[in-house]
Structure formats: structure tokens, C-alpha cells
Design a protein around this ligand. Structure first.
Ligand code: COA
Length: 227
């Protein structure tokens, strides 16, 4: 039997085995039943437990699967975004997510929905600058990453990598020349991740890009050229 607790707390069975871990911000979405961790004392920190979980998950050969977005699982995308990201997206935006084909994906960790990416295709604009060749960056199709989120307890297991690799594959298939996104300047983890893990390059600084933040939040553009 599993009880629900917050991620920073632990529970033990009568033999002192760690029984379960739930994800604090999203306990309605996921319960990780981690049976039979033989932990000697209940004084483990959450990091210790997470490391232990990685080791166990590796030996248990965990699976990460991607799935298409459908009307039936649209709520999963909304839930993950709401839990992880500071911005709220409208119903129309979610409805439109059903029309972007492979540019949206949900990720499952051992069948538990834990991550999602949602992008948009930007087709070349035939503005004055691009049509006469002076603005070459506007003249190529690009994929823009609108939302990208993995629930905190499941980070570091390769879920984000699998999602971004999928989008980069799509970019190649679609002959898109660039994948890019904005990252809030305070989100140092994400900036490191884009550079070190996903191979994106840090681009220009955009003052006040996140207008709904108070005060408006600055961003850096991160981009990856597709050969
Ligand atoms: C950014 C994010 C999507 C990455 O997802 P993730 O599932 O944790 O990433 P992965 O597990 O696939 O990363 C795997 C690799 O990244 C490394 N890694 C994880 N976090 C890292 C970080 N902050 N900096 C550098 N490397 C990192 C892991 O060690 C691993 O490396 P390895 O393959 O060499 O072992 C996730 O951290 C997240 O949802 N963050 C909050 C929301 C957010 O900032 N979204 C992006 C804003 S646009």
C-alpha cells in the first residue's frame, strides 16, 4: 500500500524500507512507487534519496517514451506547464497545440507523464529586409521552443534530452535551419543545460522580454543551427 507524501518527506515500512516518493508540486500526476530501498536510517536527505533512486532506476532499466499530443491527453501538457513554468497559456494556445504535429510531445517516465515540449514553426517572412537579402535570419524557417518542462523530481534522467533530440530530428526532417528559444536570465540551470547538454549557443540579450513578470524579466536567446 502506498501513502502520499511530499517529496521532501519519506516513509518507511515496518522493516525500514523506503516505500514511496511523490512529487511535491504535482502529486496528482505521479507517485513513484519505490519499493524495497533498504535505507538504514530515516535521516536521508532528498538528494540522497534521489541518487539512490537513479541507481535503482538504472539497474531497473527505466524507460522514457515520447507520445503524441491528442485531445485525450491535452490536460497533461497543461498540467506539466502549470506546475513547472511561471507563465500561463490560454485555452486557445492549448487547442492550437493539437495542430502542430510532431512539434509537440509528451514524455513518460515508466508510463508516468513527466515532461513536455511544445514548439512552433516560423516560416520565412517576406518582409522588405528578408526579401532583398539584407536580413538573412528572417529568410529561413525556424522552430521556436515555446514551452519545455520536466517535473522536478524527474530531472536529470534524460527526459529533457530525449524531448529536445526529437525536436532537432524534426528540424532536420523539415529542412528547418534553426531551433531557438528564450530563457529567463535568472534561470541559470536552463541556460547551462541548453549550452552544455543541448549544444545551443547563447545569443542576444532581450531586455524586458517576459512582459508579464513584475518587473518585466530579461531573457537571452539560445539557438542551434541545423546543418
Ligand atoms: C531544462 C529541463 C527541461 C531539462 O530536462 P532534464 O530532463 O532535467 O534534462 P536531462 O535529464 O535530459 O539532462 C541530461 C543531461 O543534462 C545534465 N544536466 C541536467 N541538468 C543540468 C544543468 N542544469 N546544467 C548542466 N547539465 C545538466 C545531466 O547531468 C545529463 O548529462 P549526461 O547526459 O551527460 O549525463 C528541465 O531542467 C526543466 O524542466 N527545467 C525547468 C523548466 C525550464 O527551465 N525550461 C526551459 C526554459 S525554456
Amino acid at each position: 500500500m502506498f501513502l502520499e507524501v511530499e517529496a521532501s518527506t519519506v516513509a518507511w515500512d515496518a522493516q525500514g524500507h523506503f516505500k514511496f516518493l511523490t512529487c511535491k508540486p504535482c502529486c496528482a500526476l505521479c507517485i513513484i512507487p519505490l519499493t524495497h530501498f533498504a535505507l538504514p536510517t530515516p535521516s536521508y536527505t532528498f538528494s540522497d534519496l534521489k541518487r539512490k533512486m537513479v541507481a535503482t532506476a538504472e539497474t531497473a532499466n527505466y524507460s522514457i517514451q515520447l507520445d503524441d499530443l491528442t485531445p485525450n491527453n491535452l490536460g497533461v501538457l497543461r498540467r506539466i506547464n502549470n506546475v513547472v513554468l511561471p507563465a500561463q497559456y490560454s485555452d486557445a494556445w492549448y487547442k492550437d497545440s493539437l495542430n502542430v504535429g510532431q512539434l509537440v510531445k509528451l514524455a513518460y517516465f515508466n508510463d508516468i507523464p513527466v515532461g513536455a515540449i511544445r514548439c512552433g514553426l516560423e516560416t520565412p517572412s517576406l518582409t522588405k529586409g528578408s526579401s532583398n537579402g539584407t536580413d538573412s535570419s528572417a529568410a529561413v524557417a525556424k522552430i521556436y521552443i515555446m514551452t519545455f518542462a520536466v517535473l522536478a523530481p524527474y530531472r536529470g534522467y534524460g527526459v529533457g534530452k530525449k524531448l529536445i533530440e526529437h525536436i532537432l530530428e524534426q528540424a532536420e526532417t523539415m529542412f528547418v535551419k534553426e531551433v531557438y528559444c528564450h530563457v529567463w536570465v535568472e534561470n541559470e540551470d536552463a541556460m547551462r543545460w541548453y549550452e552544455n547538454v543541448a549544444g545551443f549557443a547563447k545569443g542576444e540579450f532581450v531586455a524586458g522580454y517576459y512582459k508579464r513578470m513584475t518587473p518585466p524579466g530579461d531573457a537571452y536567446v539560445f539557438r542551434k543551427k541545423i546543418e
